[in-house]
Write a protein that binds this ligand. Sequence first.
Ligand code: SME
Length: 150
Amino acid sequence: MPDLHASVESRVREALARESDRTRALESTVGLLKAGLPYYDWVGVYLLDGNELVLGPFSGKPSPHTRIPLGRGICGAAAAERTTIIVDDVNADSRYLACSPETRSEIVVPIMRRGHVLGEIDVDSDQRAAFGPRDQVLIETVAGLLADKL
Ligand code: SME
């Protein structure tokens, strides 16, 4: 059975190693994550600007949430708490800001450098409870790689 997580991680490492432009680095990363895992239905990066998360490169349907104040939504909670948040059923979480009616589960991973939040990676799935430990490790590893590019 192919190890999708390992192959996505190595593709992201290769892409980032040869990319010095920050926007292209973010675009390549969201594209590789979305293309590599069949249940990643929306992948985007938010960048912190003052007290707001501003949507940067994404792959998937356009989101109405292009600016999210710290502390709002699952995205704002992950940034404010500086921790990864996995939500198995978004409809059962009162913090959730809906992006697409098909979305069932979500993972948000802060991008941090020396304890400061620079932004975050947000992945939505149309499957319930889609994200497990392997997704958390992959996206946290990728967030660490991106932190060096921001
Ligand atoms: N669901 C997020 C908002 C961003 S969209 O999913 C792209 C949240 O609750 O913060």
